[in-house]
Structures are given as structure tokens and as C-alpha cells.
Write a protein that binds this ligand. Structure first.
Ligand code: SAH
Length: 254
């Protein structure tokens, strides 16, 4: 019997953000692997085993799921948001690349989900309406100097920047440093959006400016979008402003 491994994106929050494909993949799995709180989001299914692991144990989890699938089982790994964005799909590929030949014969499927950046952008309006990029501020897997270089390159070239993993207990200062770096290239009034736990009950979205951004609290459940020099706000009476980046740019940035 040949085994399979589905790497399943759950979206940013509740069931509303789960695609039909993801729902089917969850149902079809005999064994589900993942970070405990994500596993709890998958509806219970009779006969399905659950294998919870800590958030940081991606490589061990990927290896365990691959070994299980190699025994002929239909296995699923769950991931918040999209599994291909700073998440499990790349981790599984890394383990296949380094692992036994038999893992290459497995049926591997990546089931996409709504990534945090898109969920937060939708709440604020259309900040990603023009060219943008995503940068993880976690320096667990890359040096901080490289992150600074990428922030310079992105803001210098006029990209809107989505910042994943802005803060953690072990990384309290990086976000303020990143704002200071981006401020070298951008006006004080550049819109900055903080989206926290978007799609969940405790969701909150704050719109501020780059000059004020340092005062806003962020944590591991927050995604930050820093606009470009073109990003602007439409103020509305009694409603949150619409933040958008126009689709057209005519001038070339010096
Ligand atoms: N694969 C995930 C990202 C994993 S990295 C995805 O596609 O969304 C984890 C980071 O994603 C968090 O530190 C935070 O920046 C962001 N994030 C994940 N879920 C979020 C949510 N519901 N609201 C806001 N940000 C979220």
C-alpha cells in the first residue's frame, strides 16, 4: 500500500476560513500531525490518531509524519494560514531532500490556505494593491543583518512589506529596529497596519503611522503591514479608514 502526506493549510482562524479542499484532506487523514492548538481546530473524526508537537519542532514533526506515511498510511500535517508561507511545507521538503529515497515515492500534496498577510490586508482595505513582499522577522533561521538588508532593499524599491513573526519572548527588540530601518526610506506618515489574531474571536486591527508604530504592542499572533510611500488612507465618518495602495505608480524611485 502506498502512503500519502497532505500538508494542510487551516487559514488564519475559525472554520469560516477553512477551504473545502482542506476540510476534505482533514477528513481523509488517518493520522494528523501538528502544533497542538492547530490540531484542536480540526473537527474530530472517528479512528483518526492525533500527534501534537510543540511549535518549534517542525523538523521532528515532518520526519515523524513522513515515516508514518512511508508505512502506507494516509497522513496529514496541519499548518496555520498557508502551509507554504514560513511553515510546514518547506520543512517537509527539507526532510525529503535529506531523507531516505523511499520518501520521494510518497504521494505529497500541499493544500493551500489563506495566509495571515491576506487576511490582515482584507480587514484594512487594499494595502497590497501594488507590488509587495513578505519578510519574517524571526532570526532563528537567518542572521539579523540579512533581515536588515532585505528591509532596506524592499522599502528602497517601493514594496509594501508584510512582516511575519514580528515579536516573540526571545525576540523583544527586533520590530522596533525594523521600523527604524524602514524609516530611513519612508515618510513618517506611511500607514502601518497591525492585525492581531485575525479571523479569531479576539481579533484586533490597528492602523497607525510609521512614526507612531513603535508605541503599538505586537506579539506572536500579530502580522504587521508597512505601506510604501504610495500607500494612503481614506478617512470615513464613523468607520475605520480604508488603507490602500493604488495600482499604478508613474515615477521611478531614485
Ligand atoms: N503559515 C502562516 C504563517 C506562519 S509564521 C500563514 O500563512 O499565515 C507565524 C506568523 O504568522 C505569526 O507570528 C504572525 O505574524 C502571523 N499570523 C499567523 N496567524 C495570524 C493571524 N490569525 N492574525 C495575524 N497574524 C497571524
Amino acid at each position: 500500500m502506498s502512503g500519502s502526506l497532505a500538508i494542510i493549510g487551516l487559514g488564519p482562524g475559525g472554520d469560516r476560513y477553512l477551504t473545502r479542499e482542506a476540510e476534505e484532506a482533514l477528513e481523509g487523514a488517518e493520522a494528523l500531525y501538528g502544533y497542538g492548538p492547530y490540531l484542536d481546530r480540526a473537527p474530530a473524526r472517528a479512528g483518526q490518531t492525533r500527534h501534537a508537537s510543540d511549535n518549534r519542532e517542525e523538523a521532528t514533526r515532518a520526519t515523524a509524519a513522513l515515516s508514518h506515511a512511508a508505512q502506507g498510511a494516509h497522513v496529514g500535517i496541519v499548518s496555520g494560514g498557508d502551509p507554504g508561507v514560513f511553515a510546514m511545507a518547506a520543512s517537509v521538503c527539507e526532510e525529503i531532500a535529506a531523507g531516505p529515497e523511499s520518501w520521494r515515492a510518497l504521494d505529497i500534496r500541499v493544500v493551500p490556505g489563506i495566509t495571515a498577510m491576506l487576511a490582515v490586508a482584507a480587514r484594512a482595505g487594499a494595502p497590497l494593491g501594488h507590488d509587495f513582499c513578505a519578510i519574517s522577522l524571526s532570526d532563528n533561521l537567518k542572521p539579523w543583518d540579512l533581515i536588515l538588508k532585505r528591509l532596506d532593499a524592499a522599502a528602497g524599491a517601493g514594496f509594501v512589506v508584510a512582516l511575519y513573526n514580528p515579536v516573540s519572548r526571545a525576540r523583544p527588540w527586533q520590530l522596533a529596529d525594523a521600523f527604524a530601518r524602514l524609516a530611513r526610506h519612508l515618510p513618517d506618515a506611511t500607514p502601518v497596519i497591525f492585525g492581531r489574531a485575525v479571523g479569531r474571536e479576539e481579533e484586533s486591527v490597528t492602523v497607525t503611522t510609521l512614526a507612531e508604530a513603535e508605541r503599538i504592542a505586537a506579539d506572536m499572533a500579530t502580522l504587521v503591514i508597512v505601506g510604501s510611500a504610495e500607500t494612503r488612507l481614506i478617512a470615513r465618518e464613523g468607520r475605520a479608514p480604508l488603507v490602500y495602495t493604488p495600482r499604478a505608480v508613474e515615477k521611478v524611485i531614485a
